[in-house]
Ligand binder design. Structure first.
Ligand code: HEC
Ligand code: HEC
Length: 150
């Protein structure tokens, strides 16, 4: 009988310590939190005015940080639509058109289907270009990035 009471208080003690530790962690991470683009306003009030983000144009393209990185898009893309009917990006990046448009052709990996076999036209897995490729804006990063390419 005595034993169970003792172990119960021990359990309660450790639970209190655990909860106190969790609260401390929550408070310290809140203090270090990043200012999001929306600002730190409550959800039921208006957000900060979002500034316009200018897309950066990088002559000659961006360096890749690792071999199989999908290269970043060095130009604006807002005019190019990707729909069921057509893909605006392929007007310049396809096998057919890339030479005339002086644009790099899509990677060879873009002609491999789900079954691992080569496809004649762009693989369905690579149709939605912006799934992997993204343009960059002239904004300063919200947090410092210390990643070094390999
Ligand atoms: C009007 C032609 C044109 C269209 C349309 C176009 N691009 Fe480009 N793209 C280019 C040219 C030219 C370059 C090379 C720019 C340079 O290196 O200075 C390029 C570069 C790129 C690169 C960088 C390749 C590398 O190896 O660094 C990517 C990725 C890319 N485009 C993706 C896209 C996507 C995705 C779309 C559609 C949303 C698109 N492009 C639409 C002409 C075009
Ligand atoms: C599932 C992710 C994914 C999708 C979707 C995708 N790409 Fe890529 N892309 C990559 C990766 C990874 C690379 C780098 C490896 C390679 O060259 O295959 C690449 C490379 C490229 C390159 C550079 C090729 C070279 O030889 O330097 C261009 C240009 C490109 N993609 C354009 C496009 C366009 C246009 C589309 C849409 C039609 C597209 N990609 C869709 C992942 C993707």
């Amino acid at each position: 009988m005595f034993k169970t009471i003792k172990s119960k208080t021990l359990f309660q003690k450790s639970l209190t310590i655990f909860l106190l530790a969790m609260t401390a962690v929550m408070f310290s991470s809140a203090a270090m939190s990043v200012q999001s683009l929306r600002g730190d306003r409550p959800l039921d009030s208006k957000s900060n005015k979002v500034s316009k983000h200018k897309v950066n144009t990088e002559e000659g393209g961006y360096d890749r940080n690792y071999k199989l990185q999908p290269p970043l898009i060095p130009h604006k893309i807002e005019k190019y639509r990707i729909t069921l009917k057509g893909n605006g990006c392929l007007k310049c990046h396809s096998k057919k058109s890339h030479k005339k448009e002086k644009a790099p052709m899509v990677g060879k990996s873009h002609f491999i289907g789900r079954d691992g076999k080569e496809t004649k036209t762009i693989s369905k897995r690579r149709y939605f270009c912006n799934q992997c490729h993204a343009p960059q804006t002239k904004d300063s990063p919200l947090v410092e990035n210390v990643y070094e390419g390999i």
